[in-house]
Design a binder for this molecule. Structure first.
Ligand code: BG6
Length: 471
């Protein structure tokens, strides 16, 4: 058995708009997340849950939050930069200095505490101005704005940041954009969704190439949400559906940056549906050059599908609950798996299988940038949070890590979701993930005091024993 390497990056993860708050402070512009109002997502009236304006107020508590990460012994911290703190509308020609400084201070503090910053350039918070101009479907504008923004970050934080992630969960943005504050409404938008997919790929390719000229030692990769897709039965039709779903849900988001092209099955799918994706040979040539160094991936559960039927009877929930694609597959329940209270299937062996599948297809270093359990935690009168359910979930996944490494997968870090409590993408602050409890409710901001959960002490022990003490 191979052991977990000594320099394994144990840490945790957050994203800017879910944790920072200070939504209009120091020159920050509004992102698509700041202007969400009304409507239903995943069956919830968003008027019943908090917005992202104050979130966990990390913008005003970052030093204290980094101190808590250091106390847990973090070797890495995966976070994102808020695009509209740097470019308030996306189209300015010079960046907002106060935004630039905020991340310098944060990164310096992490480095001082020997915590490796794993930085996501863009995590669901497109500048709202860009969205109003067509968002990612406005190819010229969005690509130019993203590349300018990424280049600014590379120039500012070069030598300090060694690991960049281009875009968080591009696959979820394309498939579940309606949950994430975009006007896109998932794969049913067909051609429009795939045009957006291609435009985002060009932006990422250009950013990858830009980094090569700015910081030769830095590494860059995408951060998709990857779930291995199982067939519901051994019927060949179901296996074929699972193959289709793996491709459409997972692989097409990585292929261009490793294989240098789009998969033939994807091209056939576009053709069969008369999707006319505008792409030039110069654009496709970018993928021949823009290669990634590693894959960051978010894993919450596996997915199960069966052969598509006419009525597509599976009801689509949120980003982790599966979806249907006419002619390709339809989601199915996996009766072998338990579910969280939010209906997400729990599959630690699926974690190992997903890591193996990524390794088989791409043979690149891999780092986990999300994995975790959302739950309604309770703060007791004596200031404790007994989140044994979270410990149990994380333990079952961490137990797989030595096996994953022994399988030959080049796994170099584990950064679960989330370092501290933050606002869930669409279920508010009540659905908590953190090792640290942030004292606020959905609408009562209380005192924002930080409390160490039971999982905080447990994870500290996991890290100090390099993953051997999971009790
Ligand atoms: C991932 C996202 O999809 O899952 C995060 O990258 C998100 O932003 C996380 O918070 C958990 O999902 P949710 O919907 O419970 O917040």
């Amino acid at each position: 058995m191979k052991n977990i390497p000594k320099d394994f990056l144990w840490g945790a993860s957050t994203s800017a708009y879910q944790v920072e708050g200070a939504w209009d402070a120091d020159g920050k512009g509004p992102s698509v997340q700041d202007v969400k109002s009304g409507g239903f997502i995943a069956g919830l009236n968003i008027k019943d849950i908090t917005d992202f304006k104050v979130a966990a107020d990390h913008y005003n508590h970052w030093k204290e939050d980094v101190a808590l990460m250091a106390e847990m012994g973090f070797k890495s911290y995966r976070f994102s930069i808020n695009w509209t703190r740097i470019y308030p509308t996306g189209v300015e020609t010079t960046p907002n200095e106060k935004g630039i400084k905020f991340y310098h201070d944060l990164i310096d503090e992490l480095i001082k505490n020997k915590i490796e910053p794993l930085v996501t350039i863009h995590h669901f918070d497109l500048p709202n101005y860009l969205e109003e101009q067509g968002g990612w479907n406005n190819k010229e504008l969005a690509v130019e704005a993203y590349v300018k923004y990424a280049t600014t970050l590379f120039n500012e934080y070069k030598t300090k940041v060694k690991y960049w992630q281009t875009i968080n969960e591009q696959n979820m943005v394309i498939m579940f954009g309606h949950l994430l504050g975009k006007r896109m409404t998932g794969v049913d938008k067909g051609e429009e969704s795939y045009q957006m997919f291609h435009n985002m790929n060009i932006a990422q390719a250009k950013a990858i190439l830009a980094l090569r000229t700015i910081d030769k030692d830095a590494k860059i990769g995408p951060a998709p949400n990857i779930s291995l897709v199982y067939p519901e039965t051994s019927k060949p039709e179901d296996v074929l559906a699972a193959h289709n779903a793996n491709l459409i849900r997972n692989w097409i988001y990585i292929d261009p940056f490793v294989k240098g092209e789009y998969d033939q099955i994807l091209l056939n799918f576009w053709k069969e549906n008369n999707y006319n994706i505008q792409m030039t040979s110069e654009e496709m040539d970018l993928f021949k050059k823009a290669k990634i160094d590693f894959i960051a991936f978010n894993y919450y559960s596996s997915m199960t599908v069966k052969a598509p039927t006419k009525d597509q009877d599976f009801v689509v929930g949120d980003q982790q609950m599966g979806f249907n694609l006419e002619g390709m597959f339809q989601s199915a329940k996996n009766s072998n798996l338990e579910k969280t209270e939010y209906g997400w299937e729990v599959d630690p062996i699926g974690f190992r299988l997903t890591a193996r599948a990524l390794h088989d297809r791409y043979n690149l270093p891999i780092v986990i940038t999300e994995n975790g359990l959302g739950a309604k935690d309770v703060l007791t009168d004596d200031g404790k949070i007994h989140d044994d359910y979270r410990i149990d979930y994380l333990r079952k996944h961490i137990e797989q890590i030595p096996d994953i490494i022994n399988d030959g997968v080049k796994l170099f870090g584990y950064n679960p979701w989330s370092a501290i409590d933050l606002v869930s993408t669409h279920q508010g602050i009540s659905k908590r993930y953190g090792f640290v409890y942030v004292n606020r409710d959905e609408f009562d901001l209380k005192d924002m005091k930080r409390y160490r959960k039971d999982s905080f002490y447990w994870y500290k022990k996991v890290i100090s024993s390099n993953g051997t003490d999971l009790d």
